[in-house]
Design a protein. Structure first.
Length: 402
C-alpha cells in the first residue's frame, strides 16, 4: 500500500559558533536533541507511543555523539520506551538523508510516524573526529585522488570563472538575507530556544549571523586553501582538469559555511497518523534523489541531484517556486544556480549556511524548516532542497504544501 509522506512539523535549534566560546558549547548533544523532541511533543500534543522511529543524521558519531546518539536522545527526552532510534551518516547530507529515509518508510507503509533530522555539536565533537579512509588512509587518498573540499570549491570557481569578488558578493548577500529574516521574525515558528535544566534560556535566536559584514571586511580575509594546495592537492586537481593552468583560491572563512552547533527534527507520517493524532499536514514530500559525481572536485552533485528529483516527480524547474542549496561554499551555490538556470531571486531567499552556519548532520532538517516557513509566508507551493556531499555525492528533495 502506497501512502503520501506528510510533514506535520519541522523545527530546529538556533545555531551558534562551534567552538568552546560558542553559546551552545555548554549543551551536550543528547540534551540539545532532547530539547527539540520535548518541544515537538508539547507543541503537537503528541502521543509519543505512536512514533515508530527517530532517525537522526550525525557526521561525527563518536564520543558524546556516538553509541547511536538518536536512541540516547529519545531516552533523554523521556519519550515512550517503545520509540526506536537510529543514527546515520551520509556526510553533509545526513539530515536530509534521514528525512528521505523516513519518507520512504512512510510511503512504503512500513512506518506510520517517524521523526527525522540531525544533530551536530561541533564545539564538543570537532569535525573529522570520526576519522575514516577518505582523508585518513594515505593509500586510499592516493588511489582516489582525494583533495580537501575547499580546494574542490576553489576548482569550481576556477572552472566557472567566479572571481574573489563574485564569491564575496554572494556571501555578503547571504548575511544580509539571513539577518533580515531573523530580525523580522521569519524563523520564529521553527526555531526552538535552547534552555538549561532550570528552564533558563541559553540561546533564543541564531547568533552566528554577522549582520555587520562588509565587502571590505570580506576582501581582507586570507584564502583558506591556498597553502594546502601547495602540498600537492592542486597538482592532483590539475592532473584531471588539465585545461587549467592553476587553481584560483578564492574561498575564505567569510564565503564558506560556518562551523556551528545545532539540531533539527521533522515530524513525518501518513495521512492516517494525522487523523489519529489530530495533526494537520503542512506539506508532503514529493520526490527524493541521490547521485554521485566526480569525487575529486567533490561538490558538483547538487544540480544533477535536483534534475533527478524533478525527473522522478515528473516535474520541470518551472514547477519549483523556491530553491535551497546548502551554502557549503559560495561557488557551490553559484554552480547550482548555473546548472539549473535559476535566479538568485528565488534561491536561498533567507540566506544560508555561510551566514547561519552548517551543523553538518542537522543541516538538512534546518533548511527544510526554513523552506517550509518561507513557502507559507509567501503563500507559495513547492520547494527544492539540495546539498553537496563528500565523495562527490549530491542529494535533493522536493516538498509541496498541502
Amino acid at each position: 500500500m502506497s501512502n503520501s509522506a506528510f510533514i506535520f512539523d519541522a523545527i530546529r535549534t538556533p545555531r551558534s559558533k562551534g567552538k568552546p566560546t560558542g553559546t551552545l558549547h555548554e549543551v551536550k548533544p543528547i540534551d540539545l536533541g532532547a530539547g527539540l523532541l520535548q518541544s515537538l511533543k508539547q507543541r503537537n500534543d503528541l502521543d509519543t507511543s505512536y512514533v515508530d522511529d527517530v532517525i537522526l543524521g550525525c557526521v561525527s558519531p563518536v564520543g558524546e555523539q556516538g553509541s547511536d546518539v538518536a536512541k540516547m536522545i529519545v531516552q533523554n527526552a523521556d519519550w515512550d520506551e517503545s520509540v526506536a532510534g537510529v543514527q546515520l551518516n551520509r556526510f553533509c547530507a545526513s539530515g536530509l538523508e534521514a528525512i528521505n529515509t523516513a519518507a520512504a518508510k512512510v510511503v512504503a507503509g512500513w512506518d506510520q510516524l517517524v521523526v527525522a533530522g540531525g544533530i551536530e555539536c561541533m564545539s564538543r565533537v570537532p569535525m573529522g573526529s570520526d576519522g575514516g579512509a577518505m582523508a585518513g588512509d594515505a593509500a586510499f587518498s592516493i588511489k582516489s585522488g582525494f583533495v580537501p573540499q575547499g580546494i574542490g570549491a576553489d576548482t569550481i570557481a576556477t572552472l566557472d570563472g567566479y572571481s574573489r569578488e563574485d564569491v564575496d558578493a554572494y556571501a555578503m548577500e547571504s548575511q544580509r538575507r539571513a539577518a533580515n529574516a531573523r530580525d523580522n521574525g521569519w524563523f520564529d515558528r521553527s526555531v526552538i530556544p535552547v534552555k538549561d535544566l532550570n528552564g533558563l534560556t541559553i540561546l533564543e535566536q541564531d547568533d552566528f549571523i554577522k549582520a555587520d559584514t562588509t565587502m571590505e571586511g570580506l576582501a581582507g580575509l586570507r584564502a583558506s586553501f591556498a597553502e594546502m594546495g601547495k602540498y600537492g592537492f592542486d597538482d592532483i586537481v590539475l592532473k584531471k582538469y588539465n585545461t587549467l593552468d592553476s587553481i584560483n583560491h578564492v574561498h575564505t572563512p567569510g564565503n564558506s559555511s560556518g562551523i556551528v552547533d545545532g539540531a533539527s527534527a521533522v515530524l513525518i507520517g501518513t495521512g492516517q497518523a494525522g487523523l489519529d493524532l489530530g495533526l494537520e499536514p503542512r506539506a508532503k514530500i514529493v520526490s527524493t534523489a541521490i547521485i554521485s559525481t566526480d569525487p575529486i572536485i567533490m561538490l558538483t552533485g547538487p544540480g544533477p541531484a535536483a534534475k533527478k528529483a524533478l525527473k522522478t516527480a515528473g516535474m520541470n524547474k518551472d514547477d519549483i517556486d523556491l530553491w535551497e542549496i546548502n551554502e557549503a561554499f559560495a561557488s557551490v551555490a553559484l554552480r547550482y544556480m548555473r546548472d539549473l538556470d535559476i535566479s538568485h531571486d528565488i534561491t536561498n531567499v533567507v540566506g544560508g549556511s555561510i551566514a547561519m552556519g552548517h551543523p553538518l548532520g542537522a543541516t538538512g532538517g534546518c533548511i527544510l524548516s526554513s523552506m517550509l516557513d518561507e513557502l507559507e509566508r509567501r503563500d507559495l507551493s513547492t520547494g527544492m532542497l539540495s546539498l553537496c556531499v563528500g565523495g562527490g555525492m549530491g542529494i535533493s528533495t522536493i516538498i509541496e504544501r498541502v
